[in-house]
Design a binder for this molecule. Structure first.
Ligand SMILES: [Cu+2]
Length: 155
């Protein structure tokens, strides 16, 4: 009888230890964030404002965050613009609104004409820096670029 209780105690203790060690691998649920991104000739302007690196906004989010980018072409000079990146080919994207999408120059793009707007919903599960550009002609070179930095959430 005592042997059985000892065994049961061992089994319970093992289960507790296993639960404790399994806990850190559970991915914390990230926050949902909305970031507006206005496109003109020739810059991306995020709202809320982001840290700038020269002309380029560096948008910081936490790993696990789901971000809804509300992207609008507000160009008074009536040029087409796009949100384009290589990494957009390897991440699940929910897109809504007025846009054209496709692949060019090894990047996936979402393009809008002046006055159009669309939403891209993405979940960032990998830490890193994810650059984006406008894929139209020489717009990136003229300043339409930026990056999303995905950081480890603070404890
Ligand atoms: Cu452009």
């Amino acid at each position: 009888m005592r042997m059985r209780w000892t065994l049961l105690g061992l089994v319970l203790a093992t289960m507790l230890v296993m639960t404790a060690t399994a806990a850190p691998s559970v991915i914390a649920q990230g926050a949902k964030k909305t970031i507006k991104l206005s496109m003109v000739s020739y810059k991306f302007t995020p709202d809320p404002p982001a840290r700038m690196m020269g002309d380029f906004p560096i948008i910081t989010v936490n790993r696990g965050d789901t971000v809804v980018f509300q992207i609008s072409n507000d160009d008074p000079d009536r040029r087409n613009h796009s949100f384009a990146a290589r990494w957009l080919m390897n991440i699940q994207v929910q897109a809504r609104g007025q846009f054209r999408t496709g692949e060019a120059d090894e990047r996936r793009f979402f393009a809008a004409q002046p006055g159009e707007k669309f939403e891209l919903e993405l979940t960032f599960n990998q830490v890193g820096s994810f650059p984006f550009v406008c894929g139209v002609f020489d717009h990136a070179w003229r300043g339409l670029g930026g990056a999303i930095n995905v950081a480890v959430p603070r404890q």
